[in-house]
Design a protein around this ligand. Structure first.
Ligand code: ADP
Ligand code: MG
Length: 349
C-alpha cells in the first residue's frame, strides 16, 4: 500500500497522542496549528504553523496530506468545509458544525428522544427574565468553551449584574443537574453499524476540569447499557467516522442525561492506551484512514489522573513509577494554573 500522510488540525496533547498512534501504524502525521508552542511538534512528523483562516498556509498543508482529521472542535466551519472540497475531512465538517455549537448540539440530541439538561438560548440579558425556571443554572457560551471556560454559574437573575458578561456573544442557560456521577462513553465508528465501543468511564471533575477517570464505572446495569445505546444512536445518526465521546450526567434519582458530545478523541479515554488492545487514538486513525477494524479487548481495569498545573513537577523530577503506572508528559513549555500538563494511568486488578 502506498504511504498515508495524515493531516491533523490542532497541536495539543490529543494531537500528540494521535501522532504517536499514527507512527505505530506506519502513517506519517502532519500537524497544522496556530500555536507556535504547540506540544504536538514533539511527536508529529511535520508541523505547519498557521492560523485557521490563512488560506495559503492551509493550502500548503492540504497539498502534503491524503486525509485530514482534527483534535478539537473549535475550528471554523468554513475552514473545514473549504478543506473538504480538496481532500477528505473526517469526521465530516457538517457533523462538527452541529457539535461545536452547544445549542445545535442539544437540539440534535433531543430530536433523537435522548435526554439532555433543560436549556434555553440566551441572546441578550433580558432573555433571562423569563427563564427563572432554569435556575440555579449555568450560563455557557454556545461556542469555543472547554475545561469550564466561558461558563457562569447563576443562582438568581440578579447574579448576572455582578458577573460582567459580554452579551455580544451567544449563550445558552442550562439548568443545574444535581449530580451523582459523571461518565463518558467512547465509540469508534467505521461505517454503518460497524463500530467498536468502550465501556463507560467514570469521571471526576474539579473546578469543571477533568481530574480522574476510571474503569469500571460504578454504575447500574441500566445506566451501563443506556449510555452505550445512546452513544451508538448518536454516532449512527451522525453517520460519524472516527472516534467520538459522549459525556453524561447521572442525577441523584438515577436519571441519565447527555451533557455534551466531543467529535474527537477525549481526555477520559487516555486510559484506553494501556487498558485496551487498541486505544481510542489508534481506533480513530484506523477509522479515518479506512484501515482494518480490530475486535476490541479490555486488558485491565484502570485509573487515570490528570496532572494539572504544577502537579506535573514531582513526576518530572523522576518519581519512581511502579510497573503498573504509566506517566505521560505533554511537554508543554509553560506550567500554568488549570492547564493540563500530563497524566498518569494506573492499571488495577
Ligand atoms: P466543557 O466544554 O468545559 O467540558 P461542560 O458543559 O462539559 O463544558 O462542563 C464542564 C463540567 O461542569 C461538567 O463536566 C460538570 O462537572 C459541570 N457542569 C456543566 N454543566 C452542568 C449542569 N448543567 N449541571 C451540573 N453540572 C454541570
Ligand atoms: Mg465537558
Amino acid at each position: 500500500m502506498s504511504e498515508i500522510n495524515l493531516g491533523i488540525i490542532g497541536g495539543g496533547q490529543l494531537g500528540s497522542m494521535l501522532s504517536m498512534a499514527a507512527k505505530k501504524l506506519n502513517i506519517k502525521s502532519i500537524i497544522y496549528c496556530d500555536d507556535i508552542n504547540a506540544p504536538a511538534q514533539n511527536f508529529c512528523d511535520e508541523f505547519i504553523l498557521g492560523n485557521y483562516n490563512e488560506s495559503d498556509k492551509i493550502l500548503e498543508f492540504i497539498n502534503k496530506v491524503n486525509i485530514i482529521t482534527y483534535e478539537f472542535e473549535n475550528i471554523p466551519y468554513t475552514t473545514l468545509n473549504e478543506i473538504s472540497k480538496k481532500k477528505p475531512v473526517l469526521p465530516d465538517p457538517n457533523v462538527n458544525k452541529i457539535i461545536q455549537h452547544r445549542l445545535a448540539e442539544k437540539n440534535f440530541v433531543n430530536k433523537l428522544s435522548i435526554r439532555t439538561t433543560q436549556y434555553s438560548s440566551v441572546e441578550k440579558k433580558s432573555d433571562l427574565d423569563s427563564l427563572e425556571s432554569l435556575l440555579p443554572g449555568i450560563l455557557k457560551t454556545t461556542t469555543m468553551g472547554y475545561d469550564g471556560k466561558g461558563q457562569y454559574p447563576i443562582k438568581e437573575i440578579k447574579d448576572i449584574d455582578t458577573l460582567n458578561i459580554d452579551f455580544s456573544k451567544e449563550y445558552i442557560i442550562e439548568k443545574l443537574v444535581s449530580l451523582k456521577k459523571e461518565i463518558s462513553v467512547i465509540i469508534t465508528r467505521f461505517g454503518d453499524n460497524n463500530y467498536e465501543i468502550y465501556e463507560p468511564i467514570e469521571n471526576t471533575h474539579e473546578e469543571q476540569i477533568l481530574k480522574y477517570s476510571k474503569i469500571p464505572a460504578d454504575v447500574s446495569e441500566k445506566i451501563f447499557n443506556q449510555s452505550k445505546d445512546w452513544t451508538i444512536k448518536i454516532a449512527e445518526e451522525l453517520k460519524y467516522i472516527g472516534t467520538l465521546c459522549v459525556e453524561f450526567f447521572i442525577d441523584k434519582n438515577e436519571n441519565l442525561y447527555v451533557n455534551e458530545i466531543a467529535p474527537r478523541v477525549h481526555n477520559s479515554g487516555h486510559l484506553t492506551i494501556n487498558a485496551f488492545n487498541v486505544s481510542q487514538f489508534e481506533n480513530h486513525i484506523r477509522a479515518v484512514c479506512s484501515l482494518k477494524k480490530i475486535p476490541l479487548k479490555k486488558l485491565s481495569n484502570a485509573k487515570m489522573i490528570n496532572l494539572i498545573g504544577n502537579q506535573i513537577e514531582p513526576y518530572r523530577q523522576n518519581i519512581k513509577l511502579k510497573d503498573n503506572e504509566f506517566f505521560f508528559d505533554y511537554l508543554k513549555k509553560e506550567i500554568k494554573d488549570k492547564r493540563k500538563m500530563g497524566h498518569v494511568t494506573i492499571l488495577i486488578k
